[in-house]
Design a protein around this ligand. Structure first.
Ligand SMILES: Cc1cc2nc3c(=O)[nH]c(=O)nc-3n(C[C@H](O)[C@H](O)[C@H](O)COP(=O)(O)OP(=O)(O)OC[C@H]3O[C@@H](n4cnc5c(N)ncnc54)[C@H](O)[C@@H]3O)c2cc1C
Length: 328
């Protein structure tokens, strides 16, 4: 059996049957055959920085981890094409790609693997994975069939794609293709307004993130625990009449509010929510554990925050990290 805590940024989880690592097509095909033959329950994992598990024994659960981490970068007209394998660390990709052109530098410092980047369409400082993605390839875990998705097939939205909604848990992503621009085409993030090159932007963003966010390797966390909620216009008007300074962004389907602001307004930033779980003093959106929290303690802490925000604002905030139950 393996300890699932070590596959969770929050260090929360029980145990599972095993982990299967694969670094190429041959090993993927072999692993998928073993899973089908043994009737195991597969779950694809990257670096675990957006995942936690319940405390139970996940008897038939086997983690599938693609470790191939090659990258190929080549010019095509005015653009640069980047092909990378899913096992590469995302921030290493940002470092390599930012030597060639613009497009991923604002996503510097986001922990995790390349293969997980499309799953929740990672985003930060005004940029998202979808901005540079052209296609993704991988496998259907159940049938072993090879798959290719063009960007438009992926249903990308705010922290979402088909891979974490309609098709959740069905596919192993092994490779992505990005196209970046030689010349800057987007405004620079406010945090790096005086930077001149993509590498400089990436450096600034990493420094800003290091100052603002707790280090997940020592103060265990999965980054933002809560998503920024999008609320109906009528409720938004109501909230803004009472809290005119609340950061908000009108968009299709309603108005997006800053979950961090809402949590600060209910005085929970820095709060110790129970013995092992707290809200980070550095960032109101980040729940941290001391490494000894049970899943139940984490979920109880989550409820404290959700209830307080609902009571004050009438807004239901929701969880961002993936929560995997042993009974799935
Ligand atoms: C300190 C900190 C800051 C963060 N900041 C940000 C931020 O600014 N913006 C942001 O968007 N996120 C942020 N995150 C969240 C996290 O970094 C991203 O979600 C990242 O993409 C997770 O990568 P991972 O490899 O650790 O994914 P995991 O936690 O291992 O997996 C996440 C999901 O992706 C699936 N998955 C993983 N690999 C594959 C694959 N190869 N094929 C198919 N499915 C796969 C898993 O099944 C799971 O559903 C932050 C996290 C931390 C700890």
């Amino acid at each position: 059996m393996i300890d699932l805590k070590s596959f969770s940024g929050l260090r929360v989880g029980g145990s599972a049957f095993d982990v299967l690592e694969m670094k190429n097509a041959e090993e993927v095909e072999k692993a998928l055959q073993i899973i089908a033959k043994e009737g195991l329950r597969p779950y694809v994992i990257g670096e675990g920085t957006n995942t936690f598990w319940d405390d139970g024994v996940h008897e038939k659960l086997v983690l599938l981890k693609y470790t191939g981490s090659g990258i190929n970068i080549y010019p095509r007209g005015d653009e640069i094409v980047v092909e990378a394998e899913a096992g590469m660390i995302w921030d290493e990709l940002v470092g390599r790609v930012s030597e060639y052109g613009w497009g991923v530098e604002a996503l510097a410092g986001i922990p995790g693997s390349v293969g997980a980047a499309p799953v929740q369409n990672i985003g930060a400082y005004g940029a998202e994975f979808v901005d540079v993605c052209t296609y993704i390839s991988g496998y259907d875990i159940n049938t072993g069939e090879k798959k290719i998705w063009r960007k438009d097939d992926c249903g990308f939205g705010y922290r979402k794609s088909i891979f974490n909604t309609s098709q959740i848990g069905k596919y192993l992503i092994t490779r992505i293709q990005l196209v970046i621009a030689r010349d800057r085409q987007h405004p620079l993030p406010r945090e790096a307004i005086d930077a001149h090159t993509p590498l400089e932007v990436a450096l600034r963003i990493r420094a800003v993130r290091a100052a603002k966010l707790p280090d997940y390797k020592t103060e265990f966390n999965c980054g933002s625990y809560f998503k920024n909620p999008v609320v109906e216009e009528a409720l938004a008007d109501d909230i803004l009449s009472n809290f005119p300074e609340a950061p908000h962004w009108p968009q299709e389907g309603g108005v997006k509010f800053s979950a961090g602001y809402l949590i600060e307004q209910v005085d929970l930033k820095s709060a110790q929510l129970n013995d092992h779980v707290r809200i980070s003093p550095k960032h109101a959106l980040v729940m941290t554990t001391d490494g000894a929290a049970t899943c139940e303690e984490l979920l109880t802490a989550e409820d404290i925050v959700k209830s307080a925000v609902y009571k004050k604002f009438g807004i239901e905030i929701s969880r961002e990290p993936n929560y995997i139950k042993s009974t799935n």
